[in-house]
Write a protein that binds this ligand. Structure first.
Ligand SMILES: NC(=O)c1ccc[n+]([C@@H]2O[C@H](COP(=O)([O-])OP(=O)(O)OC[C@H]3O[C@@H](n4cnc5c(N)ncnc54)[C@H](OP(=O)(O)O)[C@@H]3O)[C@@H](O)[C@H]2O)c1
Length: 340
């Protein structure tokens, strides 16, 4: 049984997801948490993982460790995305299994579902069609993790569960414009554009080139250039809500092996940009660079299974973005300065 003194190992505890889970557990009074950096414990190394489990004897494992990255990184390093993620999760799942651990929470992502699956995405759509080619290496690795947990549940009746979060955002997100996801990238671009009035030397944020048509002279701030048409629809979950879902999964036994975690609500990228613009206080033009690709038209999770189990997200997108922007303001000095 889980108690506040249960020894819980959070793999990837310094990442955006792992650190949010750590904070959520601490704030709920869990006092026996363990975490190791990748330098201290390389999860690709099976022997090191086995030694760690033997010495530390964790009672529960939460797997938020992964090699993550965008389309470019997936494209350039397919072997690492496939193999390193399989190594990390296989070492954790198999060592936990042989150590007799009864509770394991595995985190994946919505990219495990087929590219052309109907929307909203239900858990049942897993393995019903081809994957999105740009991240199939990562997705295949994650699918094997889901299946390993499912096999342990089916064969041995242990509570090994997989949670699949939608797009996440929040404190400790990646705000590096070269590698960041859409939401933190927008926060940074609107913030930096709001630091320059039109007429200053800065001409536009987010574009290597000057915006076509020049700077709008009526705008107070320099314009922001964003990728695509703004039409695709996306769902976003505040990472601290995901952390609460993980605490919920820790404290409750799930009947099944795979659960989507999201808000069940989406909006267009254009609506997202306008919301962030309002929160940041940027007063200027948004330029949509339609020479850049839009990606999948819609990606929304069906979250009814998790709701039936008793959990729902509670942070509104507006509140989540306000909190994330506040965190960004307090921590921006630590980010690498990039050319804007
Ligand atoms: N971010 C999102 O929008 C999103 C959405 C859906 C799902 N997820 C899932 O959430 C999980 C965590 O993502 P994240 O955004 O928190 O990523 P992140 O910030 O990059 O964190 C990844 C963590 O994994 C650890 N790690 C990577 N390779 C390792 C290795 N070889 N040995 C030991 N530790 C290693 C890193 O440890 P060090 O820091 O010590 O190097 C880091 O703490 C992933 O499974 C991801 O698929 C994320």
């Amino acid at each position: 049984m889980i108690s506040k003194n249960t020894k819980i190992y959070i793999a990837g505890h310094r990442g955006m997801v792992g650190s949010a889970i750590w904070r959520a557990l601490e704030s709920q009074g869990y006092s026996n948490l363990i975490g190791k950096t990748s330098k201290e414990l390389d999860l690709r190394n099976q022997q090191a993982v086995q030694d760690f489990f033997k010495n530390e004897k964790p009672e529960v494992v939460i797997d938020a460790a992964a090699r993550v990255g965008g389309i470019l990184a997936n494209n350039e390093y397919p072997y690492q995305f496939l193999m390193e993620n399989m190594q990390i999760q296989n070492n954790l799942i198999d060592t936990a299994f042989h150590a007799g651990i009864n509770k394991f929470i595995f985190l994946g992502s919505s990219c495990i579902y087929p590219k052309m699956a109907p929307q909203p995405l239900k858990e049942d759509y897993l393995l019903t069609g081809p994957l999105e080619p740009t991240n199939e290496w990562y997705a295949v690795a994650k699918i094997t993790g889901v299946k390993a947990c499912e096999a342990i549940r089916k064969q041995f009746g242990r509570d090994y569960v997989s949670l699949m979060p939608t797009n996440l955002y929040g404190p400790y997100d990646n705000f590096d414009l070269k590698t960041s996801h859409v939401l933190p990238a927008m926060i940074r671009k609107f913030h930096e554009a709001s630091q320059f009035a039109v007429g200053s030397e800065q001409l536009a944020v987010g574009s290597e080139q000057l915006p076509v048509g020049g700077v709008d002279s009526k705008s107070e701030h320099v314009p922001v250039t964003l990728w695509g048409s703004g039409a695709p629809m996306r769902e976003f979950l505040y990472v601290e809500d995901l952390a609460e879902a993980v605490v919920f999964a820790l404290e409750n036994e799930f009947k099944d092996n795979l659960y989507n975690v999201g808000t069940g609500q989406d909006l267009t990228i254009r609506e997202l940009a306008e919301l962030i613009q309002k929160i940041v206080g940027h007063k200027g033009e948004i330029i949509w660079d339609s020479s850049k690709p839009d990606g999948t038209p819609r990606k929304l999770m069906d979250v009814s299974k998790m709701a039936d189990a008793g959990w729902k997200a509670k942070t509104s997108l507006e509140d989540g973005i306000k909190k994330t922007y506040q965190w960004f303001l307090e921590n921006q000095d630590t980010f690498k300065q990039v050319k804007i």
